[in-house]
Design a protein around this ligand. Structure first.
Ligand SMILES: Cc1cc2nc3c(=O)[nH]c(=O)nc-3n(C[C@H](O)[C@H](O)[C@H](O)COP(=O)(O)OP(=O)(O)OC[C@H]3O[C@@H](n4cnc5c(N)ncnc54)[C@H](O)[C@@H]3O)c2cc1C
Length: 598
């Protein structure tokens, strides 16, 4: 077993981890550890854009961005954190630009911006162009740019090292335990501060936009150390995933004028009961639910579980004219096939590759797909992990990005606000962890710091039951998609909780085939499935207990938002005998809760 020593350890090399690593390394000896090669992180899949009220295309203000985010969160977001993020946004986007990020440009050479769901001009209620983008590969460009900066600044990387455990001494972070994928060897990283930036956990569900690696490892590890997970019941379903595959079709398609169409050829989002005002650009929870209802009412295409997303130029131009949509100079908005090709090249490519459909000629079959975790490891605006309802800080432990819950997204995230969250709070976590490290000593390592991780792996490796991890995984994903998905009921979620507990029992009796040490992915997939099962249980119990509908959490049996009882964050602890829940208040500054109107 090898031991390394760094002042700050960052776990994860997506947008959040790289930003944290870049900033921490300016003043502290820092290493970034990632189970994937950094540029393979899920951030690279982000398409649509990063939100910032630059006002390059039309008037915009950070206060409007703040209010849209508060409203989009269905008032569960902490308003101090949201204000901070939206005020930081323009500066941090320019910082990325100065690092060399190749943003798409306006005719005058400024950073181009496009409309995105839920982002509006607060005075007119009309969608505003706030999403800064690099064609439809914004996340890819962020990841590449930050990785280059990290390399330039000599950040130390441990690629294809998987973190299995955190070392805690005297209630403080003291490092992490990892396995080197290529050799199976355990390495201990002794550290003063640990930043978790391990991304989301969409792999809990059957249909998801998320990469295979998105298994919520950071949340599972911290849960095992008695740290709660916050607001786990809020998981966003993106309305437009490729039918059956879940691969994301960016909201940017609707930003460019694409519309959703049902079996009768209707643009159903314009219906009175859905979003007659902003229509296809309503926020994701609203669109996903409308799609679910259309399909439930037999209006899926051919009665099946999908609808059409139509971005053919003739359709876009027809509805743009009906909506009276104009260009910034006041002329009517129209597009050509070439415009679509140049603005959405990757989407066109995905559809041709995976569906054999050319979106310029045919509409795309889409269905809601599990997309984004609003909940996660609780933190404050400094990126410090907080462990109870009084927001007590756990010294030396930090989190940023999708694995964390600050909470800026509350019960529902607006598109483009995650990439923003990564860079704003990744930076905060990096700066503050380095500062903390400067003022503190290393904790002494325990006698066998890798002991618990070694035992955990041995249990999985030596288990001699008959259960297969693929079967347990498939059953978990199906029950979570059916019962803890877009629409939820008491009976369905109760069934899901029972099923997850049954699967956790069966998981104790698995059998693995690979006994080797070199790239034993079966062993690591088993470890990850254990994480997903823990997270599924916490998610389902948190959702079952919240008897209201808010943001992404929509219940058939409690269709109304209940501010009197439920305007509070859920904190969930995973214990031997199940999940323990408690609640903490939402931080308000100046925005009073209102009923959302679309
Ligand atoms: C298809 C898709 C499109 C999206 N489009 C947009 C968009 O246009 N705009 C927007 O704002 N948001 C978008 N999002 C959301 C956003 O991209 C993600 O929330 C965000 O990229 C997550 O970044 P992250 O840094 O937190 O984690 P990730 O980028 O997922 O990185 C996680 C890192 O953690 C590492 N890791 C995980 N577990 C371990 C472990 N046990 N040991 C070591 N390393 C580990 C991984 O190797 C990886 O490097 C999109 C998401 C998806 C899935």
């Amino acid at each position: 077993m090898k031991t390394h020593q760094f002042e700050v350890i960052v776990v994860g090399a997506g947008g959040a981890g790289l930003m944290a690593g870049l900033y921490a390394s300016k003043t502290a000896k820092t290493a970034v550890i990632s189970k994937l090669y950094p540029t393979r992180s899920h951030t690279g899949a982000a398409q649509g854009g990063i939100g910032a009220a630059l006002g390059n295309e039309e008037e915009d203000r950070t206060e409007w961005h703040t209010y849209d985010t508060v409203k989009g969160s269905d008032y569960l977001g902490d308003q101090d954190a949201i204000e901070f993020m939206c005020e930081e946004a323009p500066g941090i986007v320019y910082e990325l630009e100065h690092m060399g990020l190749p943003f798409s440009r306006t005719a005058e050479g400024r950073i181009a911006q496009r409309p995105f769901g839920g982002h509006t001009n607060n005075e007119t209620g009309v969608p505003v162009r706030r999403a800064c983008y690099a064609a439809d590969r914004t996340g890819h460009m962020i990841l590449q740019t930050l990785y280059q900066q990290c390399v330039k600044n000599n950040v130390t990387f441990f690629d294809e090292f998987q973190v299995l455990d955190m070392i805690v001494v005297n209630g403080k972070a003291a490092g992490v335990v990892t396995i080197e994928l290529a050799t199976g060897e355990l390495h201990v990283f002794h550290a003063k501060a640990v930043i978790f930036a391990t991304g989301g956990y969409g792999r809990v569900w059957e249909i998801t936009t998320n990469a295979y690696a998105n298994t919520g490892d950071g949340i599972a590890i911290t849960l095992r150390h008695g740290i709660p997970a916050e607001d786990m019941e809020f998981f966003q379903f993106h309305p437009t995933g490729i039918y059956k595959m879940g691969i994301l079709i960016t909201e940017g398609v609707r930003g460019e004028g694409g519309v959703l169409i049902n079996d009768k050829g209707e643009r159903f989002m314009a219906k009175e009961e859905y979003a007659p005002h902003v229509k296809d650009l309503a926020s994701r929870d609203v669109v996903s639910r409308a799609m679910y209802l259309e399909m439930k009412n037999g209006l899926g295409i051919g009665g099946k579980r999908y609808l059409y997303l139509d971005v053919r130029p003739e359709t876009v131009n027809k509805y743009a004219a009906l909506d009276g949509r104009t260009n910034p100079d006041g002329t009517p908005y129209t597009v050509t096939a070439d415009d679509i090709l140049s603005r959405l090249p990757d989407i066109i490519d995905f559809c041709k590759t995976y569906l054999g459909v050319d979106p310029v000629v045919d509409p795309m079959p889409v269905q809601p797909t599990a997309h984004y975790a609003m909940g996660g490891i609780p933190t404050n605006v400094k990126g410090e992990v907080v462990i109870d309802k009084k927001n007590t800080v756990m010294p030396g432990v930090y989190a940023a990005g999708e694995t964390s819950c600050v909470s800026v997204h509350g019960s529902n995230r607006l598109g483009t606000n995650s990439l923003l969250d990564l860079v704003v709070f990744g930076k905060q976590a990096g700066v503050n962890a380095a500062e903390y490290a400067r003022g503190t000593d290393f904790q002494p390592l325990p006698a066998d710091p890798a002991g618990p991780a070694r035992e955990q792996l041995a249990r999985l490796r030596n288990s001699s039951g008959a259960e297969r991890i693929s079967t347990i995984g498939t059953e978990m994903k199906a029950v979570m998609f059916d019962h803890v998905g877009v629409f939820r009921t008491e009976a369905g979620m109760t069934e899901a909780v029972e099923k997850i507990r049954e699967l956790k029992e069966r998981f104790k009796h698995i059998r693995l085939d690979d006994r080797g040490t070199v790239f034993n992915m079966e062993l690591l997939n088993a470890w990850e499935l254990g994480n997903l099962l823990d997270i599924a249980e916490v998610t389902a119990v948190s959702a079952l207990t919240r008897r209201e509908s808010r943001g992404a959490h929509a219940r058939d049996d409690y269709p109304e938002r209940n501010d009197k009882k439920w305007m509070k964050h859920t904190l969930a602890w995973l214990q031997e005998d199940g999940v323990k829940l408690d609640y903490k208040p939402v931080t308000f500054t100046k925005y009073e809760p209102k009923v959302r109107v679309y």
